[in-house]
Design a binder for this molecule. Structure first.
Ligand code: NAD
Length: 332
């Protein structure tokens, strides 16, 4: 496949096919919590879509997955409007692409001189709202602007504090995930009961949260890590790393592997460290997130309709089994 020689007419029909296929897979993944292809297959086709759209920007349709976050929300759960949109993350698949991202970032924003490196937890994003330190509402990301109200389900998760250490008003964002051990035993049980096993821990976590009965969520042993603030007037820190420390002090579960890096080679060290430690962790990670550490700069750099421009996800290469699948299933 070479986008250079693609005529506009061919691009048009190719885009229709790609958008339809990707939207179908997104529906299965986000709304049904039951994907039919590996993520690497989806990512490969998505990249092809991006390349064609880059060559012919006037052909970009509003329905394209590059123009929207996540999927639609389920009708049987109540809706929550996100005052601050819940975004996705841009991604890179090699250190070379990461280097190009960093170069662009610093060229456009020479003040950027530190990054916070974090693990990319393989779960689904949640938003948690507290009034006077009391947990009052929790929701899914949904399509980024409207999510599903899953407050009662989130109340069953032990790592989510019902009451913070200080009576503050705050809304935070984080990841809800299913630990590897819980995933294995859940799927064993489902197979015994003649139910379809979940494809991966992320879909298992999503299926377990988007439930009408909180008792089901409770039985699934989910956990959380909080990594961002959406609304908080009392924040003292002016860095991402300092903010994570404050969130921990408020009582949130924060993944404490984060590390500040000053340059590309320190970022690569962090990546190498967790690429080799990945299998020893009790929860799944699918990459490393690199964030501009200065919060004022984050705000200044801003975001697209879909992703922040001040951060990037370095995705781990797919496992061998997934690569094989890719050869077979990537037919478009
Ligand atoms: P994503 O999961 O790749 O990355 C964005 C998300 O990372 C954030 O929304 C947040 O929830 C999470 N995250 C984890 N740790 C974080 C941290 N420390 N800081 C910030 N965010 C953190 O993006 P997405 O938009 O949720 O989904 C795209 C992914 O879904 C792709 O990998 C794609 O392959 C997959 N997908 C697969 C299918 C399929 O059919 N297999 C369909 C659609 C999408």
């Amino acid at each position: 496949f070479s986008v250079e020689n693609l005529s506009k007419d061919d691009a048009k029909s190719e885009l229709v096919k790609l958008v339809n296929q990707l939207n179908q897979w997104s529906h299965e993944y986000y709304e049904l919590d039951s994907p039919t292809v590996e993520d690497s297959v989806y990512d490969h086709l998505y990249e092809k879509l991006v390349q064609i759209e880059r060559k012919y920007p006037d052909l970009i349709s509003p329905d394209s997955p590059t123009q929207k976050v996540g999927g639609d929300v389920l009708d049987d759960l109540s809706k929550v409007n996100h005052k601050v949109p819940m975004l996705s993350l841009g991604d890179v698949f090699s250190k070379q692409e990461l280097a190009e991202f960093l170069k662009r970032l610093v060229n456009n924003n020479p003040e950027v001189d530190a990054y916070n490196c974090e693990l990319k937890i393989d779960g689904l994003s949640i938003s948690l709202r507290y009034e006077n330190g009391i947990f009052i509402q929790g929701s899914t990301r949904g399509n980024g602007l409207i999510g599903e109200d899953i407050t009662n389900n989130l109340k069953t998760i032990p790592s989510i504090p019902q009451k913070l250490t200080h009576p503050v008003n705050i809304e935070v964002r984080g990841e809800c995930y299913m630990p590897k051990a819980s995933f294995v035993s859940l799927n064993e049980q489902r197979e015994k009961d003649g139910q379809k096993p979940f494809a991966n821990p992320r879909n298992a976590a999503a299926g377990s949260l988007r439930q009408l009965d909180p008792a089901v969520t409770k039985s699934r042993n989910l956990s959380t890590f909080v990594y961002n603030v959406a609304n908080y007037d009392d924040l003292n820190s002016n860095t991402q790393s300092g903010m994570l420390k404050e969130l921990q002090e408020l009582g949130f579960s924060v993944n404490d592997t984060y590390q500040v890096a000053r340059n590309e080679s320190e970022i690569n060290e962090y990546i190498d460290k967790y690429t080799s430690k990945r299998n020893d962790l009790s929860y799944g990670i699918d990459g490393i997130v690199v964030k501009t550490n200065n919060l004022k700069l984050q705000e200044k750099i801003g975001h697209t309709v879909k992703v922040p421009r001040w951060a990037i996800a370095y995705k781990f290469p797919p496992e061998e089994a997934e690569t094989k699948l890719l050869d077979v299933e990537w037919t478009i």
